[in-house]
Design a protein around this ligand. Structure first.
Ligand code: GDP
Ligand code: IMO
Ligand code: MG
Length: 433
């Protein structure tokens, strides 16, 4: 039974939450391996909407274990809020159901302060971060000054680290960013208070996974963000500060590559992006507005309006290679219903030359023009379709074109936000659908 990784192939918000929720039915454990509460993963189950920022999207199944890996940056306040909301909704989250890696780094108050002040200082050149302190926390991890979850179990270590870090952070905040300094004592007290609730959840996630592997259990790895927001492979510097690609599941959860057996790439049937950065197929016309409204394309974390455009198979093709995708899950196909003609970007043209991969240079990328394959649209409501045969021929052709051009078989087609609004072609955990 294959362990499966779910990743976004575009710029995030592809519908990872929905697909992870679906696949959790066949898994025993669900693990997040990177990012933090910049993620907003939406599930609609029984007509009720849930949005998760840190807790893995498998949490709605009572008998599954969810784990937050070492590769994440965790804001403890947000994690506790999320646990409280689940409890309010009647879903208990005891330590038997949720683990937090002792090696995960903690987002501190000064990380959020730096994120905000830096973006404000950048003005029109800002990246458009989610303002959650993600980048500054990963910076401290790389600088070897970060605070880890395990530090919550040692009050003296925590206090010392916060005091030492704040000396430098306050200097930077006050003198360089013209922002207010923070108080070490107040931060320490707040984090120690949260530690009282969180310490029972702190474990060695890598060891838990090793035991699960030994017991023959199925593990589902939930990616956050998307391949083109990857710090190495994305549209740098308009990226996040972690590696959302599938390979990062190993380092970010503490498991060997031989334990990853299937990689599902989620492809939204069109493209969206929140925040700044290049977007070759962006639609700045009424078709873009139509998709934005029909797809309710507002950020699940920040509420920002998402930029919309045609499906870009140059972007998806790069993701096939970077993640080693075994199958594709196409989401939000229903949103395209009602458009007379659809475009799929099958290449870029730059200075008269045709290319099929996104250039690293933003200057070169800004000169790239999309080469489109035009396809007929459909007008029938497809949200009730549960088999490919129930889709209009034009919708089947659209899916066929994606499969052919990307060169990867489809496993799932999503035709609505609800768990049941799905055409399951091939469940990686169960052989066939
Ligand atoms: P994630 O970050 O990749 O988990 O995606 P988000 O949750 O941020 O954004 C996806 C949005 O689309 C959510 O509001 C989902 O409920 C919704 N959604 C997912 N799949 C479908 C679908 O097939 N059709 C429609 N109409 N909405 C969908
Ligand atoms: P999910 O998991 C879409 C974007 C931000 C910004 C850039 C850097 O829901 O798909 P950061 O706060 O990470 O430093 O911001 O990355 N971004 C996302 N966009 N979906 C996400 O997550 C994102 N997480 C970060 O908008 O452009
Ligand atoms: Mg999202």
């Amino acid at each position: 039974m294959p362990n499966t990784v779910v990743v976004g192939t575009q710029w995030g918000d592809e519908g990872k939450g929905k697909v992870v929720d679906l696949l959790t039915a066949g898994a025993d454990l669900v693990v997040r391996f990177q990012g933090g509460n910049n993620a907003g993963h939406t599930l609609v189950v029984g007509g009720k909407q849930f949005i998760f920022h840190i807790v893995p999207s498998g949490i709605l199944y009572e008998d599954k274990k969810c784990l937050v890996g070492n590769g994440l940056v965790v804001d403890p306040e947000v994690l506790l809020e999320e646990m409280d909301k689940l409890t309010e909704a009647g879903i208990d989250v005891p330590p038997e159901r949720l683990s937090l890696s002792e090696k995960a780094h903690l987002i501190m108050d000064y990380h959020r302060a730096v994120d905000h002040a830096r973006e404000a200082a950048k003005g029109k050149d800002k990246i458009g971060t989610t303002g959650r302190g993600i980048g500054p926390c990963y910076e401290d991890k790389a600088a070897r000054t970060g605070v880890r979850a395990v530090d919550l179990t040692e009050p003296e270590t925590l206090k010392d680290k916060i005091e030492t870090n704040l000396k430098e952070k306050n200097f930077y905040l006050e003198k360089f960013l013209n922002a207010a300094p923070l108080d070490a004592g107040a931060i320490t007290d707040r984090y120690l208070q949260m530690a009282e609730r969180l310490v029972p959840y702190i474990t060695d996630v890598s060891m838990e996974l090793a035991l699960a592997v030994k017991a023959g259990k199925n593990i589902l790895f939930e990616g956050a963000q998307g391949t083109h927001l990857d710090i190495d492979h994305g549209t740098y510097p308009f990226v996040t500060s972690s590696n959302p690609v599938a390979g990062a599941a190993c380092a970010g959860a503490g498991i060997g590559p031989n334990q990853l057996h299937h990689v599902v790439g989620i492809v939204k049937a069109y493209t969206t992006r929140v925040g700044a950065g290049p977007f070759v197929t962006e639609l700045l016309d009424e078709t873009g507005d139509y998709i934005q409204e029909k797809g309710a394309e507002f950020g699940a974390t920040t509420g920002r309006r998402r930029r919309c455009g045609w499906l870009d198979l140059v972007v998806v093709g790069d993701s096939v290679r970077l993640n080693g995708l075994d199958s594709l899950a196409i989401t939000k196909l229903d949103v395209l219903t009602g458009l007379e003609k659809l475009n799929i970007c099958v290449g870029y043209e730059i200075d008269g030359e045709r290319i099929s991969h996104r250039p690293a240079s933003l200057k070169r990328l800004s000169r790239c023009k999309p080469v489109y394959k035009e396809m007929p649209g459909w007008s029938e409501d497809i949200t009730g379709a549960r088999t490919p045969e129930q889709l209009p021929a034009a919708a089947r052709d659209y899916l066929g074109a994606i499969e052919d051009i990307a060169g990867v078989p489809l496993s799932i087609v999503s035709v609505g936000a609800g768990r049941e609004e799905t055409i399951m072609l091939r469940d990686p955990f169960r052989g066939s659908g």
